[in-house]
Design a protein around this ligand. Sequence first.
Ligand code: ADP
Ligand code: TRP
Length: 333
Amino acid sequence: MEIVVSGTRPTGILHLGNYYGAVRNYVRLGEDKNVKGYFFIADYHSLTTHNNPAELKVLVKQTIATYLACGLDPEKVVIYVQSDLPQIPELYLLMNMLAYKGELEKVATFKDKIKIHKENINAGLLTYPVLMAADIIIHRAHKVPVGKDQEQHLEMTRNFAKRFNSRYEVDFFPEPIAYNFGDELVKVPGLDGSTKMSKTGGETNAIFLNEEPESIRKKIMRAKSDGGPTTMNQEKPQEIINLFELMKIVSTPDTLAFFDNAYNNCVIRYGDMKKQLAEDMVNYLTPIRTRINELINNEAYLQRVVSRGAEEARESAAKTISEVRKIMGISYF
Ligand code: ADP
Ligand code: TRP
């Protein structure tokens, strides 16, 4: 059996980037009979940057509903909340003894985040990759479906796993890889000309999975573009690359080719392109939005899913922790 683990921080409603870069791959891997999938809500990780208890409650429920709405099937995969597994913080503590301050300070996401949160450079933020490694190796995972921004965290996870194996002279933890069905990890761009759609990128950057059609249309019509090409086959600026990238996700290859040709021949009308993109986006997201709205008020069902999931995930986690304790000598009598 191949073990697959991944998670998302409940720091906002999931957007197209989360779906296309990560959750869609959870679903596809979960359909594979040779895969045991563990998919969780990384609530501890969200505490490194967010600390509003009322908001957390809402966002955790929303994220569970979104996982289900995107097609994750609790009959096929294990869905749980990170903080329901006490074995994760235990493994995190043990792995902290193998992680060096120097390597943690060099992590790109840490450097980015301390620029944004100058007033809150906490130890949790520094050791974020250690907790993430614990999430993954607690089930001794092989594959981790994530977007491109998580590549470095996976490299750290492999380093910690290798270090544990070599320090204790065991072959216990596999070295997990970041995974996507295409060959490459993906990064869905924002509508504001930035290269990454993000939960924290502001209203004009992201299209959220529960967003109403009218709002999607408005956002796309207002997306950043330029004055249009002036010479044939001109290179596209970033904001135009972004519109084409988004179109590649939600539109047919014919539609994409049509607008690409129009661009190369300098006859493109961005208004028409955006209208088409908006309609295709609405069609792409409508089934997910409808399901989220159906599920979000069914709290009893959401709770049932994650309490059953936690039970199963704890079983797997407890096995790993008991082995790790033995390997490290934490068993005295
Ligand atoms: P965000 O960066 O918006 O806060 P998270 O960090 O919680 O989102 O990411 C959850 C998952 O979604 C991760 O696997 C991440 O790699 C993926 N992801 C986030 N944004 C994008 C994007 N723009 N394109 C592709 N994947 C993404
Ligand atoms: N760091 C991931 C993100 O920002 C979330 C995450 C936490 C995660 N633990 C994980 C992803 C374990 C995959 C596996 O998106």
